[in-house]
Ligand binder design. Structure first.
Ligand SMILES: [Zn+2]
Length: 366
């Protein structure tokens, strides 16, 4: 089968490799679509980061370079292991790529036993730090990773469940409730997914901060009440996002989500929430940033963050996509064939970032 494999930094190759055996507790999926994620781009340009280091093996799943990439996938089941009861051939499914103790047949760690499988101490991800990934004609995964798509959902939309599950998790972990006022910093794929989730959970007002015009426009289309360019400020009025939050939301937002991860957005994220509000970090940072903890202490603001998702988040996301197909589809800005994935996918996202939200790779036609 064809598989896009990461051999090292800026070295992706479409290799022909043997298909895997489907073990007794596994499921074989013919991949329909798989999206390219920001973390795939980070891996390509600066990796190995999450992928195994050269000469090393993942201690639990044995992954080593080269690894097949791709973790935002949906496809059709073509084989089920003999001990797998709850799935059948022909079913359309998404893959939950976060692996935990169950995937290795190990007893649950403390976090897994608390239901926080997304922060399992033995975590790994299909398509990054596992032996198999979604940019391939087929993938064999543990039955724990399989999520049936809602009835009638296309595989194209099924591939969006992963990025939306990230947003679903963040909103849940932030403790957001109906009627909350929220600020989202950054309107990239996760920022827009946050918007979709916050709208569906009936946020009162949502302000989005974004510098790129095309992304600001997308945020408007996705239903932001106000989109602010944080660079549009004169020296007297201060941070325009903070000002907008106070103008529109009284004493500030209930929750801010930093989906950009730079010093300026962290500063804004802290300053724009009301006393006792929540500052929630969604971004992965390349270096440490500085915070004046008095900004939290004196007003009892909370600063926290989140990573990935659990099955519960994936189920919520898949239902959201099913009931908002038109809006979800707007996230797809290009569909490219697997044979053109480097040029039409990775390099396109790197060189024309402003024109894209999500690029999907069509692996097998539905
Ligand atoms: Zn665990």
């Amino acid at each position: 089968m064809r598989a896009l494999r990461f051999h090292g930094r800026e070295d992706l190759r479409l290799d022909t490799i043997p298909t895997d055996e489907c073990g007794p507790t596994e499921v074989r999926i013919k991949v329909g679509y798989c999206g390219i994620c920001g973390s795939d781009i980070h891996e390509y340009l600066g990796g190995p980061i999450l992928a195994p280091q050269h000469g090393e093996k993942h201690p639990y799943n044995g992954a080593e370079l080269p690894v097949t990439m791709g973790h935002e996938m949906a496809g059709t089941i073509t084989e089920v292991g003999k001990e797998v009861k709850n799935f059948s051939v022909g079913q359309k499914v998404a893959v939950i790529p976060a692996m935990d103790d169950r995937h290795y047949g190990l007893d649950p760690c403390r976090m897994c036993s608390l239901g926080k499988r997304n922060i399992c101490k033995r975590t790994a991800y299909y398509g990054l730090s596992a032996p198999v990934g979604g940019f391939a004609d087929e993938i064999v995964v543990s039955h724990h990773a399989v999520l049936p798509l809602p009835d009638g959902m296309s595989l194209k939309l099924g591939a969006l469940c992963e990025p939306i599950a990230v947003a679903w998790h963040m909103v849940r972990a932030a403790g957001m409730v109906e009627g909350d006022n929220c600020v989202v910093l950054g309107a990239g794929p996760i920022g827009l997914a946050l918007l979709l989730v916050l709208k569906s959970k009936k946020a009162r007002k949502i302000i989005v901060s974004e510098v790129t015009a095309s992304r600001a426009e997308a945020a408007k289309q996705f239903g932001a009440d106000l989109v602010v360019n944080p660079l549009d400020s004169d020296s007297t009025s201060g941070d325009p996002v903070v000002k907008a939050a106070h103008d529109l939301m009284g004493e500030g937002a209930d929750i801010s989500f930093d989906a950009s991860g730079i010093q300026a957005t962290l500063n804004t994220a802290i300053a724009c929430v009301r006393p006792a509000g929540t500052v929630f970090n969604v971004a992965i940072h390349e270096k440490p940033l500085s915070i004046n903890l008095n900004d939290l202490t004196m007003t009892e603001k909370k600063l926290t963050g989140g990573i990935c998702y659990t099955r519960e988040d994936f189920e919520g996301a898949s239902q959201l996509v099913a009931s908002n197909t038109e809006e979800a589809e707007k996230m797809i800005t290009s569909i490219t064939a697997l044979d053109d994935i480097v040029k039409g996918g990775f390099l396109e996202l790197i060189n024309n970032k402003a024109n894209h939200v999500k690029i999907l790779i069509e692996i097998n036609k539905e």
